[in-house]
Write a protein that binds this ligand. Sequence first.
Ligand SMILES: CC(C)=CCC[C@@H](C)[C@H]1CC[C@@]2(C)C3=C(CC[C@]12C)[C@@]1(C)CC[C@H](O)C(C)(C)[C@@H]1CC3
Length: 717
Amino acid sequence: MSTDLSRWRLRTTKLGAQRWEYIASSATSSDPQDACTKYLLNTDCPRPPAPIQPKTAAQALLNGATFFTSIQDDYSGTWPVQYKGPMFMTIGYVAAAYFTGSNIPEPVRIELIRYLVNTANPVDGGWGLHEKDKTTCFGTTMNYVVLRLLGLPADHPVCKKARETLMRIGGAIGCPHWGKIWLAVLNLYRWEGVNPAPTELFVLPYAAPIHPMRWWVHTRAIYLAAGYLATAKSQYALTPLLEEIRQEIFVTSFEQVDFASNRNTVCEIDLYYPHSRLLNVLNWFMVKYEKYARPNWLLKYSNKRAYELILKDMENTSYLSIAPVSGAFTAIVLYLEQGPQGKGFQRSFDNMAEELFMGPQGMAVMGTNGSQVWDDAFAVQYFFAAGIAGNPIFKPAITRAFRFLVRSQFDTECSPGSFRDPRKGAWPFSTKEQGYTVSDCTAESMKAILMVINSDDYKELRSEFDPQRLHDSVDVLLSLQNVGSFEYGSFASYERIKATPLLEWINPAEVFGNIMVEYPYVECTDSTVLGLLYFSRHDSYRKDDIKRAVDLAIAYIARAQNPDGSWYGSWGICYTYAGMFALEALAEVGKTYANSEVVRKGCDFLVSKQLPDGGWGETMAGSETHKYVSSKESMVVQTSWSVIGLILAKYPKQEVIKGGIELILSRQQKSGEWLYESDEGVFNHSCAIEYPNYRFLFPIKAIGLYERTYALTSDNE
Ligand SMILES: CC(C)=CCC[C@@H](C)[C@H]1CC[C@@]2(C)C3=C(CC[C@]12C)[C@@]1(C)CC[C@H](O)C(C)(C)[C@@H]1CC3
């Protein structure tokens, strides 16, 4: 079952929002599919042989860059991609639609099913936490329920196979907290079997060290809306379909399940972050409190407070929410509060369409509403780093990307009382409308814009951006540095660290580690150093503050290095990613292989991992186990990361670097493109996520730097 791929169109806005539309067959000739869409669907993307047969690295670079610019979405100036991997997002969209009686368009329904059918484990028919994961209870239960709600019959072979596996691993009772919440909301589980998520936490004074508004922004947003539902014990009315599903997902009949005594049951395959004793004790008390002591007025009062905070978050994120999990819970809360005609509810549900993305395997709900700003900031910078930004054939694409970044800078503050820090001047990861500052996205965007407006090749664009606007960016970046008692000098992801990591003791999610508070991230720290230093070369604003911040950050980067010379990467897989960023930041302050012990160790570590084929490759197992795990064969993206780090660190042995470059060139297709090889990204140590633009961005930078450093044109065939 599939739709006609030639009828899909990707509609974008100037602010980078992406929506897929299925047009009438009669409209296809007057509204042809563009190259970007064809590439994304892997249909008949025009792949003419590249203009030049690459004999040299310089020519390979031009071919790669030509292909990459040909798949830009010209209208928005972004490179849309199916930012997929996590397998626990689709349940949100489908459950929200079911709960609120909202329509899922037929082509979307078909393609959501097709994606799940295509990603089911070929052996046991289940799904994991992410697309390539082993089968887990969470993944299998959620996606089984999705398929059933989307109309696949229980006796369909895909459902049958998944159900058999689910039974073998103990049934839906082993779902982690979020899974239990989704099931309970759908009336497939009883609330007494779900650990509490009390909204009373949100009425505590902010001074309380465990106040949720001190938590990591994602966990806060998820528990704000999911907490509302858990506190109100909201549940959809039983339907005949739900009655059927109830009987399909447990090893006994639904009536025989002892929910109350299985609150803490988590399938052992799923369990990544077990409860602390403290959390179990707190949960025990909370259950008693909810049952016997919670006054009804307090329940109403704290949920009212939660709703107020949700409304503020909706205002700050143009009704998108920070990411799909919180977005789906939020849409249900808005429906309960406002009813089906509620404008807020309708807007939030409608916006979930921005998270749906088509690809060759079908439609996935992505990790966020895209990676637009992040990818554009890299694209602009790396064309400069590679020395090809001034080439007239690339100028239109770089100009469009620059303009997108200019449009995407925050120019308003969040609604007062939403516990959000100043954001004016900062940039998000995906779109301006999503509204959340990210430290490294701000720094990388700032650097990209400065490169353009300081380039003689782009003189005509100077008037489009007043560099004064970067003063706000610098203010935000400086305010993000952790200078309190936690992790001195480092930068975290969205905010500075606002509460102790001891809060991890009450992490209720079971499948993710390090989600309760912000943590120091070496990559975020590196990017911020790069952005701030680049800025202070062009502008004297807060020069001393920047100098101090950079010194502290550099000291943090050195401290964060492991004894073997590596750095653990939290957002890319894994040590090669963090190594590249750290070495670049250190190089930026003049630390190289020749003069710095830290850099020397960092390089030697990377070099020790080079594979016989000349490149590098790492797998997700490294992110999970915190040990370097090499893939058998090298991969283009990790090879590029290592090569970039080594070149910038001025690693003395050119043959090592040349080996990496040759690997990258050998994987380039005739068209100039590089193909998908493996997951590039990760989050919370356990979930892999794809960054499809990385296989263009980093090779372009690596080859370009190589060319510029060694100034070879014909020697490196
Ligand atoms: C476990 C939870 C809360 C699941 C929801 C998924 C989100 C938390 C993930 C999906 C994409 C994600 C990995 C992302 C990030 C944070 C967590 C996200 C949003 C950030 C912004 C953190 C900072 C990083 O340097 C970088 C910019 C690369 C990433 C981008 C994607």
